[in-house]
Design a protein around this ligand. Structure first.
Ligand SMILES: C[S@@+](CC[C@H](N)C(=O)[O-])C[C@H]1O[C@@H](n2cnc3c(N)ncnc32)[C@H](O)[C@@H]1O
Length: 254
């Protein structure tokens, strides 16, 4: 796993710097819920981070029970503190060795984690083990060939770094097909994360994502200054929300 997430400072910054408006989180949860095939589903989140999605799914998917697995104790601590929910169990574990019995879940969500998993093929096999027949996996990521995050406009070197870190769509699909899954669809979905570029700049000052650990302090601050300048000259007709777009690949277990 990415050792960066073991850092308590990053875990705290991640919690503060990755919040999403309730409406955006709910729209994402509804997209995930559209792939649930039975009432009161049992859901697994791998790489649950600070628990935003796990708690959101427990809140809005009726009767759901969520097991939220993360490799980092620091991230789990933030999750238990900030996003507790009676229907969510936060557990330490790795994608390649999920702490659950076979045939336990109806759906698994992997949000912004697939690029951190060292052995993706093993993780796909592990998901095939813990999902029930008919179960689905929803992968929320940005595939290498479609890296388009706003941060690349201000930290261009991050794009080059992420081109090495993020897998392409074909690689991920191949790993899941080899593990016995069928590909249902690959779609794209975007939601606002902040109301303005100024708000976006303010949240990034805390360096809240592991990708920023790949930059020197000087590079980070130079990019932050570029982002701040862009925020100052934001649309003359008023601030516009900043959107984050993700690819969503859905796999089913026959
Ligand atoms: C970028 S965060 C994503 C958090 C959350 N899912 C989201 O979308 O905001 C990635 C998380 O995956 C965890 N992680 C990294 N590698 C992992 C692995 N092999 N197994 C389980 N969790 C892992 C990290 O500790 C971190 O909390």
């Amino acid at each position: 796993m990415s050792r960066a997430h073991d850092d308590e400072n990053l875990a705290g910054a991640y919690e503060r710097g990755n919040a999403m408006p309730d409406g955006s989180l709910r729209a994402w949860v509804e997209l995930v819920a559209s792939h649930v095939r039975r009432p009161a589903p049992s859901i697994l989140e791998i790489g649950s981070g600070t628990g935003v999605f796990s708690a959101g799914m427990a809140r809005w998917i009726a009767g759901s029970e969520v097991v939220a697995v993360d490799a980092s104790e620091a991230m789990l601590t933030e999750a238990r503190r900030h996003h507790p929910h009676p229907a969510v169990r936060y557990l330490r574990g790795e994608a390649e060795a999920v702490p659950a019995a076979a045939d336990s879940f109806d759906l698994a969500l992997l949000s912004r984690v697939i690029h951190h998993i060292p052995d993706r093929a093993a993780a796909a096999r592990e998901l095939a083990r813990v999902l029930r027949t008919g179960g689905r996996v929803v992968v929320r990521t940005t595939f290498r060939e479609r890296l388009d995050a706003v941060v690349y406009d201000h930290w261009p070197r991050l794009r080059t770094i992420d081109e090495r870190r993020f897998p392409g769509e074909a690689e991920v699909v191949a790993d899941f097909l080899s593990a016995g899954f069928a590909l249902e669809e690959v779609t794209s979905f975007a939601q606002p994360v902040t109301a303005s570029l100024a708000e976006y700049h303010a949240r990034l000052t805390g360096r809240p994502q592991s990708k920023f650990t790949h930059l020197t302090d000087e590079e980070f601050h130079q990019g932050l200054a570029r982002l701040e300048a862009a925020a100052r000259t934001e649309a003359p007709d008023g601030p516009r929300p900043v959107l984050e777009r993700y690819d969503v690949a859905v796999f089913s277990l026959g």
